[in-house]
Design a protein around this ligand. Structure first.
Ligand code: 13P
Ligand code: ZN
Length: 271
């Protein structure tokens, strides 16, 4: 059996949480990540017959039975994952009943997965239907994106349009735009269901006055989506109070999308 502490997926969680922390997206225990793992790869590191304990997940995730995820722990600080992954992360398998998580590794102090597991697993189910290659769901509280929530309408067409105008590459990076939810109580099945419903259409979902969710095939891709939104939101916040004398026009956004061959939300442009 190989050493789990050297597994690429543990390394990737360590690296990503550290980056997110340093960017200021994950103060205290803010944010959570779930990564769908390849069962054969996990079997190289863990005895899949050994379940440390079981934890109810509070909803049914039938479509994910047998699937294994590495997930950040609830109340755990991203800044600490690097130094103590076994306490701050856990590897769980969705049990046969679809309602229980089998802990295979981690949460060493008796902890459990993020309180946002409903949003994560429901989003995984939604995204896997759109794209079977999908593996990552990431949530965080990026500063400028959050600031923008207080001064910009929480409307997905308007918010997407504003973000696309802020950096030339935005429409190419997230041509499907950003979904937007109003403020909702977090950590609930309801916000999970609302997020998953948006995830059928978008890979990015803003949680009004809370943060953002991103989904993708790889950690880099998902991180890059959020990073690009955050950059655009930063430009917006640096300029929103100043007279705007230049902008990227809708016909230029269309030109970009067509040149880079991306399937974009045409109904989000005024053409
Ligand atoms: P957890 O500590 O349960 O992951 O919650 C953090 C968070 O960002 C809630 O939305
Ligand atoms: Zn949060």
């Amino acid at each position: 059996m190989k050493d789990i502490f050297t597994a690429p997926f543990v390394e990737e969680m360590k690296r990503t949480t550290a980056n997110m922390y340093r960017l200021g997206w994950d103060e205290r225990n803010g944010g959570n990540i779930s990564l769908l793992l390849d069962t054969d790869e996990v079997a190289e590191y863990l005895d899949l017959g050994h379940v440390i304990r079981t934890i109810p997940i509070g909803f049914e995730a039938k479509a994910l039975v047998g699937r294994i995820f590495i997930v950040t722990g609830t109340g755990k600080y991203f800044k600490n994952v690097e130094v103590d992954p076994e306490t701050n992360l856990g590897i769980i398998r969705i049990a046969e009943d679809g309602c229980t998580a089998e802990l295979l590794w981690g949460y060493k102090d008796g902890g459990r997965f993020t309180s946002e597991l409903p949003a994560h697993l429901m989003s995984h189910m939604a995204r896997l239907e759109v794209d079977p290659q999908h593996r990552v769901v990431m949530h965080c509280h990026p500063t400028h994106t959050l600031a923008m929530n207080y001064v910009h309408e929480l409307d997905e067409r308007k918010m997407t349009h504003t973000l696309w105008e802020m950096c030339t590459e935005c429409i190419v990076v997230f041509p499907d735009g950003v979904g937007v939810l109003p403020w909702m109580l977090c950590g609930t099945n309801s916000i999970g269901e609302a997020t998953a419903a948006k995830m059928r259409e978008f890979r990015l979902v803003v949680w009004g006055m809370h943060g953002i969710y991103g989904a993708g095939k790889t950690m880099d891709e998902t991180f890059g989506l959020i990073e690009t939104v955050e950059k655009a939101a930063q430009i917006y916040m640096l300029t929103a109070h100043l007279p705007r004398i230049n902008t990227i026009r809708d016909h230029e956004l269309r030109e970009l999308a067509e040149f880079f061959g991306v399937d974009y939300r045409k109904d989000f442009l005024d053409l």
